[in-house]
Ligand binder design. Structure first.
Ligand SMILES: [Zn+2]
Ligand SMILES: [Zn+2]
Length: 306
């Protein structure tokens, strides 16, 4: 990342801390994880980005087939990045030391057992095992593994995403890597719905009143809620497949600054909790909510808007 990109990211973190209540206390933590990712990126060059012929790729997308690019990830890179994050965690929150020891122990085993390269699913399997076998919380596990995987994926796939005609794509999952979205936005200029891949960062347009997960277009089954008087984050849901995703209304944001949706997502995890309490599952499959929070917290305070 350029230092300009870095600056934008920090500014977005500050803006989100002002926009969304309750995010302020998480900022030092998120900032530390981000710095960790950033330093890792600076220290490691990706030597062989994925090569795709843009014309062939564009005709595939036109025909409705995703490229499904899932790079082989260097196992040592994955382990090193997660290990650095683990150190960062302890620096920011010393009470996480026990967990960090367990994580690093698992990473040692993972490195010893896995081959030279691993796939996304192998890394995700490690996450699930950690949650199962250690005290690692769902939200923290998702934060660490999403940050690590998306750092690696973006570096591999961004040049491809920029070279192919993603404007030819209108399906619900990512045209480049096939992942299901967790968030998107209503574009500042015209309110068009743009989905963003949390993993590789690709953006694409999607029909405004349509569920990206089951393609449902029936207005009666689709809705959203916002929380309190904060109207930027809409939790959009589908009553047919009982999934939700978050759509940020960029028309309510200062247009002079770039909107970094990944930050808005982290700043609104309380919305994920409310969505889960309403009985919806994340269509992305990402679990940002701890089971004990589901039981603890009072029910939704927002409103349902159809
Ligand atoms: Zn993607
Ligand atoms: Zn649906």
């Amino acid at each position: 990342l350029s230092s300009r990109g870095q600056q934008e990211w920090y500014e977005e973190l500050e803006r989100c801390a002002r926009l969304y209540s309750g995010f302020n206390e998480a900022v030092p933590f998120i900032r530390a994880i981000y710095e960790c990712v950033d330093r890792f990126s600076a220290d490691h060059q990706i030597t062989a980005p994925v090569h795709v012929d843009p014309d062939t790729a564009s005709s595939r997308l036109r025909a409705g087939c995703p490229l499904d690019l899932n790079p082989d990830l260097d196992t040592e890179h994955v382990v090193e990045l997660l290990r650095r994050m683990s150190h960062t965690l302890v620096d920011v929150s010393p009470e996480l030391r026990t967990f960090a020891v367990a994580l690093e122990d698992s990473l040692d085993h993972f490195l010893a057992d896995a081959s030279e390269t691993v796939r996304k699913d192998d890394v995700w399997g490690l996450r699930d095992r950690l949650v199962h076998e250690t005290q690692l919380k769902q939200d923290l596990a998702t934060l660490l593994f999403c940050s690590a995987l998306s750092c690696l994926y973006r570096r591999w796939l961004q040049p491809t995403a920029e070279a192919v005609r993603t404007d030819l794509w209108e399906k619900g999952s990512c045209p480049i890597c096939g992942e299901k979205p967790h968030f998107g936005m209503l574009r500042h200029e015209d309110g068009a719905k743009v989905l963003e891949c949390w993993l590789c960062g690709t953006n694409w347009l999607h029909t405004r009143i349509k569920c990206p997960f089951c393609d449902n277009e029936n207005q009666d089954d689709l809705g959203y809620f916002t929380v309190g008087d904060q109207e930027i984050c809409r939790v959009t849901y589908c009553l047919r497949c009982h999934s939700y995703l978050k759509i940020f209304d960029a028309r309510r944001l200062d247009s002079k600054r770039r909107t970094i949706l990944a930050v808005h997502n982290l700043a609104t995890l309380s919305h994920d909790l409310l969505a889960r309490q309403e009985g919806f599952m994340a269509g992305s499959g990402l679990e940002w909510v701890n089971p004990e929070e589901m039981a603890d917290r009072p029910k939704r305070t927002g409103k349902i808007v159809r």
